[in-house]
Design a protein around this ligand. Structure first.
Ligand code: AHR
Length: 349
């Protein structure tokens, strides 16, 4: 009888310890809930923007908040992202979050995730898939709108400076070819060039969203077009830093009263610092703080609530001065902020 009682007690103990294992308490905001495992495939660490984005994800999906984050840096290679997703599936994570390097090439691996019944949340850039049910939700920027806002500002700025009838020669240092951020920003510029008979797009080439490549591309554009260049349209801040280095080393004066103006995207702290000094004339924001946005989607899915399939983030425009107060794109007005140190100090990245 005593032996029987001991056996019953032991079985009960084992059952309890298994239950405790399945609902690991973390002491964080999910403390009474099961720890949620998130596999995050990050593009890489190519830019200041990306560093801020990784930080936002790591801070949000911390152990203290009740998550286990498996973070994979793909070093800007799609094949690394595909292997990371396959590993996440093998590890039976609860959610897969993908920041895709380019838009295409995801159908097969996302189908594998779907078959494994793991929800996939796409963040930042978009994916182009034949079947939208291959991902659960997307949150990120409207990159084409960013490009249109930047070009609407350039148009207004040239008008205000009575240069709207002069020939304006532009070079485009593009982002990673095939990434939504590149496609949208390049499209925005090309559409504006078509609308302005005096705007010429002299050249476009990828700077891979990095400072080193941005500098290299600018050096070769200087060799080819020299003083003809009036506007350098950089598709992110790090490319702008590289382009400015190349221009100043070649003896060009950058800025409002100089030989050439540099435009950029992202509005990181370092980018906006160059806006206050006038080295960058305009920085159109691309907001990287996606951690809390992805968490909100996961919270809703956990609560079995519906989520928006696509969510665009609101973004600002920062100029070196207040020549242009606002721009209108597709019938909507967007305020332009004249950048000061105070403006930068209120920003988180
Ligand atoms: O997809 C967002 C872009 O990727 C940012 O503009 C850039 O800095 C990053 O590398």
């Amino acid at each position: 009888m005593r032996k029987k009682l001991i056996a019953v007690l032991m079985t009960a103990c084992m059952a309890l310890s298994f239950a405790a294992c399945g609902s690991k308490s973390t002491g964080g905001e999910n403390s009474d809930k099961k720890q949620i495992t998130v596999g995050f495939s990050q593009v890489g660490a190519e830019s200041d923007w990306r560093t801020a984005n990784s930080k936002s994800m790591k801070e949000t999906f911390s152990e203290a908040n009740g998550y286990k984050l498996i973070f994979d840096d793909a070093q800007q290679k799609q094949e690394n992202q595909i292997s990371a997703i396959r590993n996440f599936i093998q590890q039976e994570v609860d959610y897969i979050v993908l920041a895709p390097v380019t838009e295409s090439g995801w159908d097969t691996v996302l189908k594998e995730a779907k078959d494994a019944k793991i929800p996939v949340i796409i963040v930042d850039r978009m994916v182009k898939v034949s079947d939208d049910s291959l991902y659960t939700a997307w949150v990120g920027s409207n990159f084409e709108l960013e490009g249109k806002k930047a070009c609407a500002w350039l148009d207004a700025y040239l008008k205000a400076n009575k240069k709207d009838t002069s020939e304006i020669n532009i070079v485009d240092i593009q982002g990673t070819i095939g990434a939504s951020a590149q496609i949208g920003r390049t499209n925005g510029l090309e559409a504006a060039v078509k609308e302005h008979s005096n705007w010429n797009l002299l050249a476009k080439e990828s700077g891979e969203f990095t400072q080193a490549k941005g500098q290299e591309v600018m050096e070769s554009m200087i060799k080819q077009y020299g003083k003809k260049i009036n506007v350098v349209y950089c598709e992110n801040d790090n490319e702008a830093f590289g382009a400015i280095d190349a221009l100043t080393t070649a003896g060009y004066k950058v800025g409002k009263d100089g030989d050439v103006i540099v435009m950029s995207f992202d509005s990181t702290n370092a980018g906006l610092t160059d806006v206050t000094s006038g080295k960058v004339i305009l920085d159109t924001e691309c907001n990287p703080l996606h951690g809390p946005r992805v968490k909100e989607i996961i919270d809703k899915l956990q609560a079995k609530q519906s989520v928006d399939k696509q969510q665009y983030v609101d973004e600002e425009i920062f100029a070196a001065d207040d020549t242009v107060k606002s721009v209108t794109v597709d019938g909507k007005e967007y305020k332009v902020t004249a950048t000061t140190k105070d403006v930068i100090s209120k920003r988180a990245y």
